[in-house]
Design a protein. Structure first.
Length: 81
């Protein structure tokens, strides 16, 4: 999830909204936002959705493209390929 958090952090940095304003819009405590920005804390899926909404971002989950790290595995005679 670090790529997602990096994107959120960058959007907060360049977005022009103060942590106070984000806190007011999302209901997330300013101290938690500070820890998130410092890389000391993650974020719940619920708060991730709130932040994305406040920052004008969209969260999308989709299958990886062919050749990605998650591949098709088969089992033959009790052994994985």
């Amino acid at each position: 999830m670090s790529r997602i958090l990096d994107t959120i952090r960058k959007a907060i940095e360049v977005g022009g909204k103060t942590r106070y304003k984000l806190s007011q819009e999302t209901g997330i405590d300013q101290a938690q936002l500070s820890r998130l920005m410092a890389g000391k804390e993650g974020v719940s899926v619920e708060n991730l959705e709130r932040l994305a909404e406040a920052l004008g971002l969209e969260i999308m989950i989709r299958p990886r493209k062919a050749g990605g790290k998650v591949g098709k595995r088969t089992v033959k005679h009790g052994k994985r390929d």
